[in-house]
Design a protein around this ligand. Structure first.
Ligand code: ZN
Length: 148
């Protein structure tokens, strides 16, 4: 288990240092801002959704290592997914980081690296900020997403 934990840790550190899909997106069809006041994490998420499929996604913002890595891994995971898949993934990711399991870790792919977050309740909002922001963007809500 400790090897796995170290692997998870190194993936999170790597994504924090070198966030994937970081920057603005040309031609975004959906966007939203998110804020986690508890930690000070801020994110702006932009997506291109075509025929119910996420074809591109990018984010900007600043926050702690967990929030940045979570947004980075999330953007990697979302590309090519249907909106139905995305909603299902959000539910499973939420279960994972809140210690309710999350089902088959293989299906969660790289998202599984955030399993350890469930041991740190205060970090759950850091890990889920990008997902809440994603939902706000897809729902087209005008108000920024907040974890509170
Ligand atoms: Zn945070």
């Amino acid at each position: 288990m400790s090897d796995l934990r170290e692997l998870y840790q190194s993936v999170i550190l790597d994504h924090n240092k070198h966030p994937r899909n970081f920057g603005a997106l040309d031609g975004a069809t959906h966007k939203a801002d998110g804020h986690n006041p508890l930690c000070g994490d801020k994110i702006n998420l932009q997506l291109i959704v075509e025929d119910g499929v996420v074809t591109d996604v990018a984010f900007e913002g600043e926050g702690c290592a967990i929030s940045t890595a979570s947004a980075s891994v999330m953007t990697e995971t979302l590309k090519g997914r249907t909106l139905r898949d995305v909603e299902a993934l959000f539910g499973r990711f939420h279960d994972l980081v809140t210690g309710k399991g999350g089902g088959d870790l293989d299906e969660l792919g790289k998202l599984a690296v955030f399993a350890g977050v469930s041991e740190f309740p205060i970090r759950v909002k850091c890990a889920t900020l990008s997902w809440h922001t994603l939902r706000a963007a897809l729902e087209g809500a005008g108000a920024p997403a907040t974890t509170e």
